[in-house]
Design a protein around this ligand. Sequence first.
Ligand code: ADP
Ligand code: ZN
Length: 600
Amino acid sequence: MERNPQTLLNNIFGYDKFRPLQQEIIDRTLAGNDSFVLMPTGGGKSMCFQIPALCFDGITIVVSPLISLMKDQVQALQSNGIKADFFNSSISPQEENDVIARATKGEIKLLYLSPEKLISVSNTWLKNLNIKLVAIDEAHCVSMWGHDFRPEYTQLKVFRNSFPEVPFMALTATADKSARADIEEQLGLKNSKLFVSSFDRKNLSIEVRGQVPKKKKLQEIGRFVERKKNESGIIYCLSRKNTEEVADYLKEDGHSVAFYHAGMNPEERERVQTEFIHDDTKIIVATIAFGMGIDKSNVRWVIHYNLPKNLEGYYQEIGRAGRDGLPSETRLYYNMRDFVLYSQFADDGANSTMQKDKLSRMLQFAEAKSCRRKILLSYFGEHLTNGCGNCDVCDNPPKDFDGTLLAQKALSGIVRMKEKEGITMLINVLRGSNNAEVNAAGYFQLKTYGVGKDISFFDWRDYIIQLANQGLIEIMYSEGSALKVSPIGWKVLKGAQSIKLTLPITAKEKNRRKPKVVKMTDEGEVNTDLFTELKKLRYSISREENVPAYIIFNDKSLKAMASDLPVTENQFLAISGVGMNKMERYGEEFMAVIRKFKTV
Ligand code: ADP
Ligand code: ZN
């Protein structure tokens, strides 16, 4: 067998070249050293241990906490003709024996284990294998500081120490600086080298929409998924109840949708997940419990129905879209209520101060008026010099103006209503509305009544929230969301300080804005009819072989076929993602479809 990494990449996986850092990590591992790999979801971490595994003449152990992900990865490897298997609680005793027998005979190159299984067998048959490399995926699970701590991971150090000569590789997509040192220490890595790849996922567009009332939010999501018909996507919600509501709403509109949360039994959850992976269900509405264990490369969009708890979680969740590198959309909805609710949760939980800080960072991101990707990446220690051109702020840069007078109108309204009323009443009074509540309270007599007639209700709402964000107004959630004027607010009210506001983006502008399509450099004109036909063929093969469609070929490979129209074996092999094994197994069938299109 050819042992050259580059040749393996070309022939087995069907890819042209390594992504940044992959080659260095592979070389370091082949030289017998430990590495710590920090790459975003979809960044190509697996390749870093899969290629060395094929070079070594022994077995590579992969530790992963996610049982369904293991199966997926193993299937993907097998589809490329690689001898891989897994050993976890989902297999029968008979299958266990079979795996043990083959591993012992040296017939498995990559063996995936859950940490608890690894620990339970580390002193029995596992000890006798010719282990050449150990990869620990989701390595952040070892750190108590992380959001995903798993106690079994802490026992991996003992395992590490019993194989002092074997290179270990820790991999994760989430670890801030303090967590990194902790992870290295907890896993007992030796002189490990840290590899951090760029966290920029250029193909993900980022959009944030704040303070959208529930009904409008559902309508917007309805329109969004209508535009994305037949594409896979995930909607993350804060509560179980929300997942069911949103799923029902979309189902009524005839969408292929299911909900997923921790309150369901394991079989049900498994079924929902499998149907999603197999493209039988297009949309999943889930609590954050969903997605950890899936590797589906053609998730085309992700929506957050509520504010996530921290930027790490948010970035990981949006990262589940567009793993194949094709343009994918993400949209975050948030309102202050989410923020308050989470703050209260945080008060009751462990690490309360840290969690609240992280939550505040999350809110700052959501409310930011500068390039979102810049903010996000700087949080992970990377600095973009220019705006990204693929987020809502870059697409619609905010326009500043002197908002002092406007602020004074609002602040004086609040004071005149004795700081007892909420935002809706304030706007109604400012706009001189003649409704029953305004009349009942006698507010039409106030001096501020009607001083803001010329501004629409929604614009006022936007401005008042900006004032709250700038600290001029406090929203008293404990007092029915009554508005109060803060010390800075008083300064502005008295004319001792001026402030800037930004023009709200009107609903019209928002709707007009076309999602930006990032043109992939290696993609020409795609014949969409052919693409549809190829997808159909892929789907039927996936049913026959009972594997997810994207494991046969991912969307990117199918698109390349629909644009390059390969009809010979060599042309077909040149498609990204087509290795020898896939060429032999599926080449003829796919080329037959392409030939038909070429002749018409
Ligand atoms: P991660 O584990 O970091 O989330 P994966 O290892 O699943 O990411 O890789 C994401 C996708 O990128 C996979 O479909 C993988 O086959 C592909 N990939 C990895 N390395 C390369 C490469 N050098 N060229 C092209 N595609 C690659
Ligand atoms: Zn931007």
